[in-house]
Design a binder for this molecule. Structure first.
Ligand SMILES: [Cu+2]
Length: 214
């Protein structure tokens, strides 16, 4: 009885520490400046799923520009001189993946960028033998509606967990699938986003790295 009570207090403490700081605010946002003729930063830091990217025109940028993902997974529309202004912003909250994009008008000048989004462990779901992974929103999929998900245990081979799934999350380790999860091992999970025609896909996301607690 005494032990169970102690465990209860520990679980409550852990849960309190896991409350996301931005639960009631705007999502974390990475700003990308659209210049004549480049994106800055060209390759911003990795964002966790749930984050947002927002493109804004530099005050002295007067050329026509757009944002066009290489596999057609997202686009701001045709290049115009009025794109990315405060009146015409372009923002997306991508599903997990690595996305190369370019400006159609200045692709030959190497006006290219890359954004990277990794999957997350759903808050409060990490246990010694499993966790829930989220790679997309259940309601909004602005970068493709299907997903490939692969995993790695330690230094082992990358192995398919989901192929062309329309699910936006999954319980890793549930029923010992896709593997029996246990403390002392490191699990990595990568995702790529796809269109309906699954040959059009993002590159693999950066890995979500999980070390289950004992
Ligand atoms: Cu351009």
């Amino acid at each position: 009885m005494r032990n169970r009570r102690k465990v209860g207090v520990l679980v409550l403490t852990a849960a309190a520490l896991m409350v996301p700081p931005l639960a009631f605010g705007d999502p974390p946002t990475t700003q990308i400046t659209v210049k004549d003729d480049s994106f800055s930063p060209r390759e911003p830091a990795v964002m966790k799923f749930g984050g947002r990217f927002s493109w804004q025109r530099a005050a002295n940028a007067t050329n026509e520009h757009n944002v066009h993902q290489a596999a057609g997974l997202f686009s701001s529309g045709n290049p115009t001189t009025t794109s990315f202004t405060p009146a015409h912003p372009y923002s997306i909250s991508p599903s997990a993946g690595t996305y190369t994009y370019f400006c159609d008008a200045h692709r030959a000048l190497n006006m290219v960028g890359k954004i990277k989004v990794r999957a997350i462990v759903e808050t409060g779901t990490l246990t010694s033998n499993g966790f829930r992974v989220r790679w997309a929103s259940a309601t909004s999929k602005p970068t493709g509606t299907r997903f490939d998900v692969r995993f790695q245990v330690g230094n082992g081979p990358w192995t398919t967990w989901r192929n062309d799934t329309t699910s936006s999350d999954g319980a890793f380790g549930s029923g010992n699938k896709p593997v029996h999860v246990m403390p002392g091992h490191t699990y990595r999970i990568e995702v790529r986003s796809e269109k309906q025609q699954v040959s059009k896909h993002s590159d693999w996301s950066p890995p979500l790295v999980v070390n289950p607690p004992s």
